[in-house]
Design a protein around this ligand. Structure first.
Ligand code: PMV
Length: 327
């Protein structure tokens, strides 16, 4: 028997960086998913093959032996192994595995690809061994993998990928999940520049050490934008959401996490009629997000392309992780 599991990526609508210190982040699951197929192996190897991420190789104990795509080493792969291994450990089974990974979510772009892959691995391996894992257990096991990639991440990526929908996340508070009526499409523009969340969070921390009063004021404002953003989202007040996204982009820029290409795509999207646009995620590369009426989305996508960005229309997805047995 083999099992397939899929899990969604995410975008942060409000609260990136400020959430590290204060206030909520508002995060949406998106209709781009990672997919994992798993089968048992007769030996003890954990074998990974990713058709669209360009790597294949296996772990023998903790040693990775690449078969294809030598550059795929280190923490990202280790996260995949840890997700599979911890799941088997929890279920008290020992087995070799063949895992095939596919993903529609661009990697290292702030769209939660690593969490979506970890969540899908845990769910697939859990189902393969009839583990009856709850969504909460899947989420917590995937967090073990996420920790390998990101140190001590907030946990928002594995939560959104497991449960789907819209999450309000704030340190020290219960996560709240929302669902809205109907669709909520956005255009995202991928700068195609990879970046490290760890490094950008470190950069903001260093700036805050040099200029604590000023940076704290910016963070306070961002936290306020995020709270107001959730109100506007729930009321579907798109013009106000757009204004708040524009303000948020300015605040993020003031912390030095934007780059020229993100700024270009943000301004080009506004010029093409968006209600608002901002970078999303850690910045330094990765993606921006623009909100507009559906009729303007074609023009916004073209504007992003003219800036040499890669545009996608995305929608909120209320479907979290899903598994399916294949005979
Ligand atoms: O890794 P990204 O691009 O989704 O950004 C994470 C959001 C930050 O606020 C920058 C970091 C964090 O852990 O909350």
């Amino acid at each position: 028997m083999s099992v397939e599991a899929t899990a969604p990526g995410k975008v942060i609508l409000f609260g990136e960086h400020s959430v590290v210190y204060k206030g909520p982040a508002i995060v949406l699951a998106i209709d781009k998913r990672a997919k994992v197929n798993v089968n048992r192996r007769q030996d003890k190897r954990i074998y990974f093959d990713s058709l669209d991420l360009g790597f294949a190789g296996f772990f023998e104990d903790e040693n990775y032996i690449p078969v294809k795509g030598e550059t795929w080493r280190g923490r990202r792969l280790e996260a995949l192994r840890v997700s599979a291994f911890k799941t088997m450990e929890q279920l008290d089974v020992e087995s070799g595995l063949d895992l095939i990974i596919r993903s529609e979510i661009p990697i290292a772009a702030g769209l939660g690809s690593s969490a979506a892959i970890c969540v899908a691995i845990v769910a697939a391996v859990g189902e393969l061994f009839d583990g009856g894992l709850s969504k909460r257990e899947i989420c917590d096991l995937a967090y073990e993998g996420e920790k390998v990639v990101h140190g001590t991440p907030s946990g928002v990526d594995n939560n959104i990928s497991t449960f789907g929908g819209i999450l309000r996340y704030e340190r020290g508070a219960e996560m709240e999940r929302f669902e809205l009526e109907g669709s909520l499409p956005f255009v995202i523009g991928n700068s195609k520049r990879k970046r490290s969340t760890r490094r950008l969070v470190g950069r903001v921390r260093a700036l805050r050490e040099r200029e604590p009063d000023l940076v704290d004021e910016v963070i306070d404002s961002m936290a306020e934008v995020s709270r107001k953003g959730l109100e506007a989202l729930v009321k579907r007040d798109l013009p106000r959401l757009g204004d708040l996204m524009n303000i948020n982009h300015g605040l993020l820029s003031s912390l030095g996490v934007s780059i020229a290409k993100l700024d270009l795509m943000v301004h080009a999207s506004r010029g093409a009629g968006a209600y608002g646009a901002k970078l999303t995620g850690a910045g330094g590369g990765g993606c921006m997000i623009a909100l507009s009426e559906r009729s303007k989305m074609g023009a916004i996508q073209k504007a992003i392309q003219r800036c040499r960005g890669d545009p996608h229309v995305i929608d909120v997805s209320y479907e979290g992780v899903k598994t399916r047995r294949l005979e």
